[in-house]
Design a binder for this molecule. Sequence first.
Ligand SMILES: Nc1ncnc2c1ncn2[C@@H]1O[C@H](COP(=O)(O)OP(=O)(O)OP(=O)(O)O)[C@@H](O)[C@H]1O
Length: 262
Amino acid sequence: MATGFPRSVTESAPDTDQVTPEPTGVAVATAAAESAASVRGLTKSFGDRTVLDGLDLDIEPGQFVALLGPSGCGKSTLLRILADLDHEISGEVRVAQRRAVAFQAPRLLPWKRVWRNVVLGLRGRPDRAKAVAALEEVGLGHRVDEWPKVLSGGEAQRASLARALVREPDLLLLDEPFSALDALTRIKVQALVGELWQRHGCAILLVTHDVEEALLLADRVLVLDGGGIVHDQLVEHPRPRDVAAPAFVAQRAELLSWLGVH
Ligand SMILES: Nc1ncnc2c1ncn2[C@@H]1O[C@H](COP(=O)(O)OP(=O)(O)OP(=O)(O)O)[C@@H](O)[C@H]1O
């Protein structure tokens, strides 16, 4: 685990969409081996609307956490703060220094070949071998030299996962990465994320609207509402998970009730 850094009370910085945020200037060499993320009293407001209100959260190294919650409750806001993309906060946030983010849209630069997109932003000369290895891992070894525009939606999302993987993250932040995919592609890319997680052992925070997806993939499911975590539940069904198993069905019903669906 890389070192972490605390960010505290009301910093501000430009809002960017960089893929691998660099630590801010207030980075402090604090060993964070005991957690991939540790958040205390996090409050975030937009104007007079407080979206996150004194939120506490710990994510263990290697833990796969899914974050559910009603639309507009602040899931993406929390993810962006953990990704260091939003600094205007109060409270304390410690996150693993090596982080990567993948969003609903793959956000590939159309004027760069696929492999160059994968290593974009890494320090030093663009490392083609590294990009190829990551692209092969996500099943895109045949698309290395293509332009992004020729990729299908699923392929582009795989490329975006490859771009996250080359960062060798201790914490991978995924903001609805499957929601724009068709049903079949979605199943394949979900399975891929599960495999990558098992192989790489990084912690994952997955923002999703899909209770079944959360229960299929995660070790732990959180429900965010009213500015804080209102439900925190471990998922202990053996993998691969059986959506028809009574325990799975019961847990899905319980989570849905937390989301107001009875
Ligand atoms: N840059 C911003 N400026 C003003 N308000 C914002 C900004 N970003 C988010 N918000 C507001 O903060 C609230 C939380 O937004 P956020 O995108 O985090 O919710 P969410 O839970 O991810 O929603 P969804 O599930 O619909 O994607 C919303 O009311 C949103 O309008």
